[in-house]
Write a protein that binds this ligand. Structure first.
Ligand SMILES: [Fe+2]
Length: 189
């Protein structure tokens, strides 16, 4: 289950409906799809795409996505630092950013117009759609691990348009670092 924080209001949302409704109001789609039992950390990308073919096809129909792949990032990923440096700066895309998390965790910051920035910590089973044009950035958590199905409307793949606003530097990735409060120790508001 995702965790949603609104740092500027010192709020933490943990319930599914609460998170889904809050995100819906800022244009972000969030759903839970329980992970398939026959998919493990050892399952190849090809088998993951095959195992989730039904769900992927449903998403393609829903959002006009034409391709899907599996991104697999961990401590040993070559060029990890430079890869993360592309993700963790405020940017937008000309297509939706759709991720279904297979393994690991990650942190999306979304910067809606006229609303406070939200930090969405996602884990296995979370499906998130950040619509085209939405300002956002992404960090890994302290376990430096994420595996996710990505869907694209454009076959050219992931293309960011950076804002260079610097706002991302004001929000520490909350799923690691000295201010991180594990969810079980944080009071839900
Ligand atoms: Fe992005």
């Amino acid at each position: 289950m995702a965790i949603l924080r609104i740092p500027d209001e010192n709020r933490l949302l943990k319930g599914y409906n609460e998170i889904r409704n809050y995100l819906s109001n800022i244009g972000i789609d969030y759903e839970r799809w329980e992970p398939l039992e026959d998919v493990s950390t050892e399952t190849s990308s090809e088998k993951i795409l095959s195992a989730y073919a039904k769900q992927i096809n449903e998403l393609k129909t829903r959002g006009g996505y034409v391709t899907a792949d599996v991104i697999d990032v961990n401590h040993n990923t070559p060029g990890l630092d430079s890869m993360l440096a592309k993700f963790n700066i405020e940017h937008r895309h000309e297509e939706d950013e759709v991720r279904y998390i297979i393994d690991g965790r990650g942190l999306f910051h979304v910067h809606p117009q006229n609303r406070p920035v939200v930090a969405i910590e996602v884990e296995a089973g979370d499906l998130i759609r950040v619509p085209r044009g939405t300002l956002h950035w992404f960090d890994l958590c302290s376990d430096m691990r994420i595996r996710a199905i990505r869907l694209f409307q454009d076959t050219s793949g992931w293309t960011p348009h950076y804002t260079h606003s610097g706002i991302d530097t004001r929000y520490e990735p909350v799923c690691w670092g000295p201010r991180y409060i594990p969810p079980q120790n944080a009071a839900a508001k």
